[in-house]
Ligand binder design. Sequence first.
Ligand code: NCD
Length: 310
Amino acid sequence: MLKANDFEGRDVISIKDFTREEIDFILKTASRMAPLVEKGSDLLRGKILATLFFEPSTRTRLSFEASMHRLGGSVIGFSQPGVSSVAKGESLADTVRVVENYADVIVIRHPLEGAARLAAEFAQVPVINAGSGSEEHPTQALLDLHTILEAKGRIDGLKIALLGDLRYGRTVHSLAYALSNYDVELFLVSPPQLRMKREVLKDIKGKIQVVEMDDLTPLLQDLDVLYVTRIQKERFPDPLEYEKVKGSYRIDKKLLESGREDLIVMHPLPRITEIAPDVDETPQAWYFKEVRHGLYVRMALLALILGAIK
Ligand code: NCD
């Protein structure tokens, strides 16, 4: 049987490093954290989190910071590499070996794939990946799962579509890996240029039923969860390729009329044009509710990794 202290000192680099049992344990712990958002707690008093953000972020960085504060801990770090010694040419490995002296846990976001793994190899303290290029975003996948559980009460048995940029979007890579531990039907809907990364597809195909398609319409009336993503403009090697797919899909209130009443629409945010504002007032809109789950899940992870829950 899995115990809370089995998580102590662990890195969170890829969601693939976690079994279903471990994921379920984290999700359960996250539910226990929900009341502490209002009440506060001193579970992590005296602990320090360092946030090293080499890429823009609103939600992920602020929710890690808020999670740490809610549990009585403190936060140091930077959100613009230009203001740290990285601007002088310091390597990531050196930065990490310095920061580990100041903090008990490091959260890192970096534009390069493999960066979080590299940081973890050099750091003596646990490292949490807050987004590594277009590779993965494991804590987002955990909060996505926690949101689905709140909305549907289960993950097994659901029909879930991931819509959008499945090639460069890291949240959908982690979410697809995470969902492959459950008994779900997964539909991957995207323009042909933005199909799911082959290595992800190869990994999940043997585990769950996966269908790739480029049109959502025939699916909509059967779906339980529609997970929409932004086209990752900044990750296109060629701007002309971006121009070809720009604005190629958009969810609006009218379209949702052909979906089930209990369909939920999710999005990791930021949303650009892929979900029309008229969806915001519908009961199907779950993307702003997801943000709250980011706190629960990150509070749980920090408490588990820092050995504060026995
Ligand atoms: C995502 C990311 O950074 O990958 N944002 C987030 O963390 N919620 C999604 C995106 O940028 O499109």
